[in-house]
Design a protein around this ligand. Structure first.
Ligand code: COA
Ligand code: AMP
Length: 637
């Protein structure tokens, strides 16, 4: 007897058009599609061509029409401002349509871009939905990025309007956002016609007359109706780290995106409409797009916008308080949040204060879940703990324990099995299929399912070259891993220079570009080293130019400051060391992998192509002087 997961999985690969056409019945279409899967321009597949929809209608208006008007759509819980506020679906419709009216009055039309640079306040979700309502394309930028990163995105997306707030609040620190935004606009070549600024009571933003508009003006705006768009039209651009300083603008469509995300709510997360789903992430990340904003609302569930941290707002019981107060059915967060809680409250004593009976499952993603964290969560929460693997590019889980279909036993360290829609395979260097248990490149046979990206903004060739060219007919995930005899997937490491810091994806190549721009730096390398809390942390090596007389420590302070200024605090770049030389192969390639192994005090094989093995000893000594390599006291995996 096959279980529901097996049936769904097999059908999704054998008959993808039938499978997703069935799922599409849960979406309201203004016009049904001509073709479920358009494969006329491989590998640029498109879903639901000819279909017409509006994402905001499906996420908001439709539920009001169906009688959910008085149900909570959003619960805003902000321990940093001591606020809890509920927004019903009817109120959300009112707020979104008025804000869309304001945007329209500022000249935003179908296809125009709107950049959103906001803290975790419900207005961020309102702004995203208002764009969807108008058929405009939003691009949300995470608040922890600096002005320079914001400027890069402004230049690429060319927004007509930027929506922001006067400040964000990081635990007890108020961070004025508007000066960062003003500086970004100064740096950018493209200038938005307007900004809309939410004035928060903690900080009043200075406004530029004629350009900056107060959010409260939306109250006076005429509500805008939903604009019909093609299912294949872009809904949003979300920039993510690539291997260079130029981020990749992942583009998601309207139709396929809705179909896939709505489907996941029941089948992956086992959530019913009306239940409360909490993704403790940030709207600036893909998890926030998919599971704070779109999926829960498309499903008629209640979503939580949480402005706080797992610890320190006020203590390591913060998540338990939110779960019990709002009767959360499922929590989705990054393992790093649980490591932070476990570190502060190892015996989960604070958990005893709260009624956790509503919680049915915990979902973890964003980085590899370490077995200790999974075990700790299982033991204390006594609910299924589901590790699931996905990427900004994919928009939803490639591999998961799909609780709504069939609950498989958990193998710690594995995000369970490929989700329906994903023909996941492991290929070796010669592009042959690996045997079960053999590690290789994790690739997905095309077409990717609906809801995934279909191009990179303004960079179709880069989309092809980065993801589709190396393994023709497959999507390269850039993760290495294996699939065991039972079909369980294991994701081991990235095959590129991306590192994962507190569930945030960062490019070491980009950090190297910043270090190299310092006038005293001749050469540099950045690697990701293991960290007990954040999973990985960046660590820099710099070689100084001949004749530099400054103390090493002073240059280090300057480069640390520079990375914070150019990329932002989110880079968490705090450790750096000065070395005389970098270890390289005879062809001049820096041996970053070997440096990482030395830093983490792991065994390594002397690379056969190394130019001068003596340099590794210098690297080792330098690392020991800053507490890495053999000087590491932390037990790292
Ligand atoms: N605006 C401005 N600054 C921000 C920011 C924002 N939205 N988000 C983070 N930062 C800053 C932080 O204040 C910190 O600054 P600091 O160096 O001055 O202390 C820096 O960016 C690094 O942030 P982070 O890596 O998140 O570290 P942290 O110590 O503040 O918090 C955790 C660590 C583990 C508690 C936090 O990362 C967390 O809760 N993560 C789990 C949820 C999650 O983010 N998931 C994402 C994918 S699902
Ligand atoms: P992002 O695009 O920020 O979501 O980061 C995607 C990357 O995070 C993936 O390519 C993986 O390297 C890593 N990742 C995300 N989820 C998991 C997981 N459950 N297990 C292992 N790695 C993960």
């Amino acid at each position: 007897m096959t279980n529901a997961y097996q049936q769904a999985y097999e059908r999704s690969l054998k008959d993808p058009e039938g499978f997703w056409a069935d799922a599409a019945k849960d979406i309201h279409w203004n016009k049904t599609w001509d073709k479920v899967l358009d494969d006329s321009r491989k590998p640029f597949y498109r879903w639901f061509t000819g279909g017409e929809v509006n994402t905001c209608y499906n996420a908001v208006d439709r539920h009001v029409e169906d009688g959910r008007g008085t149900q909570a759509a959003i619960i805003y819980d902000s321990p940093v401002t001591d606020t809890v506020r509920t927004i019903t679906y009817a109120e959300l419709k009112d707020q979104v349509s008025k804000f869309a009216g304001l945007l329209r009055g500022l000249g935003v039309d179908k296809g125009d871009r709107v950049l959103v640079y906001m803290p975790m306040v419900p207005e961020a979700v309102v702004a995203m939905l208002a764009c969807a309502r108008l058929g405009a394309v939003h691009s949300v930028v995470f608040g922890g990025f600096a002005s320079n990163e914001l400027a890069t995105r402004i230049n690429d997306a060319q927004p007509k309007v930027i929506v922001s707030a006067s400040c964000g609040i990081e635990t007890a620190r108020v961070i004025p956002y508007k000066p960062l935004l003003d500086h970004a606009i100064d740096l950018a070549d493209h200038k938005p016609a307007h900004t809309v600024v939410l004035q928060r009571p903690q900080v009043a933003a200075a406004m530029v007359a004629g350009r900056d508009v107060d959010w409260s003006e939306a109250d006076k705006a005429a509500p805008a109706e939903c604009v019909t768009v093609a299912a294949t039209d872009p809904l949003y651009i979300l920039y993510t780290s690539g291997t260079t300083g130029q981020p990749k603008g992942v583009v998601r469509d309207n139709g396929g995106h809705m179909v896939a995300l709505k489907w996941t709510m029941k089948n992956v997360y086992n959530i019913e409409p009306g239940q409360v789903f909490w993704a403790a992430s940030d709207v600036g990340w893909v998890v926030g797009h998919s599971y704070i904003c779109y999926a829960p609302l498309l499903h008629g569930a209640t979503t939580v916008v949480y402005e706080g941290k797992p610890v320190g707002t006020p203590d390591a019981g913060a998540f338990w308080r939110v779960i019990s107060q709002h009767k959360i059915t499922a929590l989705f967060t990054a393992p790093t949040a649980f490591r932070a809680i476990k570190r502060e409250d190892p015996n989960a004593e604070l958990l005893q204060k709260y009624d956790m009976s509503s919680l049915k499952a915990l979902f973890l993603a964003g980085e590899r879940s370490d077995p200790d964290t999974i075990k700790w969560a299982q033991t204390n929460l006594k609910v299924p703990v589901v590790d699931h693997w996905w990427q900004t590019e994919t928009g939803w889980a490639i591999a998961a324990n799909c609780l709504g279909l069939h609950e498989f036993p958990v193998k710690p360290g594995s995000p369970t099995k490929a989700a329906p829609g994903w023909d996941l395979q492991v290929l070796d260097e010669g592009h042959h299929q690996c045997k079960p248990g053999q590690t290789g490149s994790l690739v997905v046979k095309l077409p990717l399912p609906p809801g995934t990206f279909y191009t990179l903004w303004n960079a179709e060739q880069r989309f092809f070259e980065s993801y589709m060219a190396e393994y023709p007919g497959f999507y390269k995930t850039a993760d290495a891993g294996m699939i065991d005899e039972d079909g369980y997937v294991y994701v081991m490491s990235r095959t590129d220079d991306i590192i994962n810091v507190a569930g945030h994806r960062l490019s070491t190549g980009q950090m190297e570009e910043v270090l190299a721009s310092h006038p005293d730096v001749a050469e540099c390398a950045v690697i990701g080293v293991a960290d007990q809390l954040k999973g990985q942390l960046p660590l820099g090596f710099i070689c100084l130019k001949a004749g530099v007389t400054k103390a090493d420590d002073d240059v280090i302070k300057e480069v640390v400051k520079l990375v914070r200024e150019v990329i932002g605090p989110v880079a968490a770049f705090k450790s750096c060391t000065v070395v005389k030389r970098l270890p390289k192969t005879r062809s001049g390639k820096i041996l970053r992998g070997t440096m990482q192994k030395i830093a983490d005090n792991q065994d390594f094989k002397m690379p056969a192509t190394i130019d001068d093995p003596a340099i590794l000893e210098e690297i080792d000594e330098s690392l020991q002087s800053i507490g890495y390599s053999k000087a590491r006291t932390e037990a790292v995996e």
